[in-house]
Write a protein that binds this ligand. Structure first.
Ligand code: F6R
Length: 589
């Protein structure tokens, strides 16, 4: 969350910063700002809202500067809370959370300093100024020693108008050199380019961008070697290709993405090491957040059913603080589209420290998670621009189902082939268009329920999350059998209940819950591959899914729920690509 950029070079900094910020806008779009040296004085422009609000700053002439796009943590989205924050001769941009900001602010207030914002970041610029005695690098290092929490920082000092100083602790930061300039950014796409060498900062490291060189230091100011990041440059300008939104375009790619990912793990350079860990695993622990956690739940179900290996999916933010038990021969699968989710990284780190073999299932080859993992199983979903995850979820599912099917067969057990899944997804995608006709019944709903049993419950959870994220309607994903234990009290006349029914052995049981809801006035929408359920008298409307092995059915059924969320979001006048309050990459706790 929050994207930071910096530039020192031969070109005008402002256009470089603004273009970089555009590429980082998926990290937050509450406010944006830049600071650029004009001679020795700093020009700062900040605005509430999206990066495009900063266009007026494009004409700034200086060649050294920093920029920021914000996802608010401390302090409301507003111009005064926008970065860069400045104090005395310093200005900085920050991504992360300073946990001891209140105590540090008290110290500053006691010295008579005043604050212009409510942010934790402004405290850092005051701290740097307090540590300054003429040595810019020493001041940033001394301030960093006093910070608790996470930060990626890019700092300017008007005594050194040719320099950008950077620091990293638990928030991603890369620096680059090439095309006549030096760059820093939260993420590689913001600085990648033909002939640009990129280096990642490790936790506790600092970098100075000055002249034609980047120098790297540890916390004591001793030089450290650079960590080069290998990447293949592709001019990756995301385009909607005729679709109204990225989300819709990304959903259209699901069948192709699913075809690519069923055997993707076999391509991993670390496959033989991963295979050893997989075959020797006595249990599997999955750690992930949000949609990736739902992929983990589906995968855990498949691992247990197909391989009879105990497997649990864990919400990473809970796992990291519950003193988890990691017995010998545990395989930990950390699932993360971005590979930068702070909670997932922390949970994965703990599992690894406690002896688990750590495999990263991620869409981003150069992410922090890949650096931490023993093996990287890369999902091939391509870049996902819409904040709400769609195709990356289907990619995670297919990769994990592929691993489960492989392990089952290695254990001499049967597993259904995955070969027909892409075709099923294609058919589901066209069937999903029927939900356009459902939107009117959801637009003003007080609450929406998604129910299912077994793997269908996980699909229901993901359908509910999608609806919440982009329509802002209150919704719950519920195990069908649990409705009667409390949630049924919320069912009123016309409350929409979406029933996911693909698990044949459980269909009758799910339908019991559907009857109970229907009897209390719920409007039932069925998503099922069972013709008898699609045609049942309780169903106000239904989508009949193509047949697919029930172990893998979430990858197909979810497509209908993604489409439902999309169409309801559009009908409510929202921008499904940029839901309020959310960001694509959640790099704070
Ligand atoms: C939902 C969504 C989020 C992410 C979650 C984890 O549409 O995108 O719930 O799934 O923030 O992100 P990654 O997968 O990058 O770790």
């Amino acid at each position: 969350m929050c994207g930071i950029v910096g530039y020192a070079g031969k070109d005008r900094a402002a256009p470089v910063l603004l273009d970089g910020l555009q590429k980082l806008e998926y990290r937050g779009y509450d406010s944006a700002g830049v600071a650029v040296f004009e001679g020795n004085s700093l020009r700062i422009v900040k605005k509430k809202g999206r990066v495009k609000e900063l266009e007026g700053a494009r004409s700034l002439c200086g060649r050294v500067g920093i920029g920021h796009t914000r996802w608010a943590t401390h302090g409301a989205p507003s111009e005064k809370n926008a970065h860069p924050h400045a104090y005395k001769q310093f200005a900085l941009v920050h991504n992360g959370i300073i946990e001891n900001a209140d105590a540090l602010r008290e110290e500053c207030l006691a010295r008579g300093e005043t604050f212009l914002s409510e942010t934790d970041s402004e405290v850092v610029v005051h701290l740097i100024a307090a540590c300054y005695a003429g040595d810019f690098g020493a001041a940033v290092r001394a301030a960093a020693k006093r910070l608790k929490g996470s930060y990626a920082l890019a700092v300017l000092c008007s005594d050194f108008p040719d320099t950008v100083l950077c620091a990293r602790q638990s928030s991603p930061l890369v620096v680059g050199k090439g095309r006549g300039g030096l760059f820093v950014a939260s993420d590689l796409p913001a600085i990648a380019g033909e002939g640009v060498e990129v280096f990642a900062l490790a936790d506790g490291e600092f970098a100075t961008l000055r002249g034609e060189e980047i120098s790297f230091f540890d916390g004591e100011g001793k030089p450290v070697p650079p960590h080069a990041v290998a990447y293949r440059f592709r001019e990756d300008v995301p385009e909607k290709r005729g679709y109204a939104h990225f989300m819709k375009k990304e959903m259209s790619e699901i069948p192709a993405v699913m075809a690519k990912n069923a055997a993707a793990f076999l391509e991993s350079p670390a496959f033989s090491s991963f295979r050893r860990a997989l075959l020797g695993a006595e249990r599997i622990q999955i750690v992930a957040c949000g949609t990736a956690y739902h992929a983990g739940l589906c995968a855990a179900h498949a691992f247990e059913k197909l391989c009879r290996v105990p497997c649990e999916a864990n919400i990473a933010s809970e796992y990291r603080y519950r003193d988890p038990i990691v017995p010998p021969n545990t395989l930990c699968l950390a699932v993360s589209q971005s590979g930068e989710t702070a909670d997932t990284l922390a949970a994965a780190q703990i599992a690894k420290e406690r002896g688990a073999y750590l495999a990263a299932v991620t869409n981003v080859a150069y992410s922090s998670l890949t650096r931490l993992a023993d093996a990287v199983l890369q999902t091939e979903a391509g870049r996902e621009v819409a904040v709400a995850a769609t195709k990356s979820f289907n990619a995670q599912l297919m990769l994990l189902y592929g691993v489960a099917a492989y392990l089952a067969r290695e254990k001499g057990r049967k597993a259904p082939p995955l070969g027909a899944m892409a075709k099923a997804a294609r058919l589901a995608l066209s069937a999903a268009e029927e939900v356009r006709g459902w939107t009117a019944h959801f637009l003003a709903a007080k609450s929406v329920f998604f129910v299912g049993r077994g793997a269908d419950y996980f699909t229901a959870l993901e359908g509910s999350l999608k609806l919440k994220e982009i329509t802002y309607l209150p919704s719950e994903g519920y195990p069908a059998g649990e409705l009667k234990h409390g949630a049924l009290a919320l069912i009123e006349e016309n409350t929409p209940v979406v029933a996911v029914v693909t698990q044949k052995g459980l269909a009758e049981k799910t339908m019991n819950a559907v009857h109970e809801a229907y009897a209390r006035g719920a409007k039932i929408f069925a998503v099922t591959d069972l013709p008898e359920v699609a045609a049942c008298k309780e169903a106000f409307a239904s989508v009949l899914l193509p047949p697919c092995p029930e172990e893998y059915s979430p990858a197909v059924a979810v497509i209908v729920l993604q489409a439902l969320a999309y169409y309801v979001s559009v009908a409510r006048g929202n921008d499904p690509d940029k839901p309020r309050n959310l960001a694509k990459s959640v790099t704070v706790e």
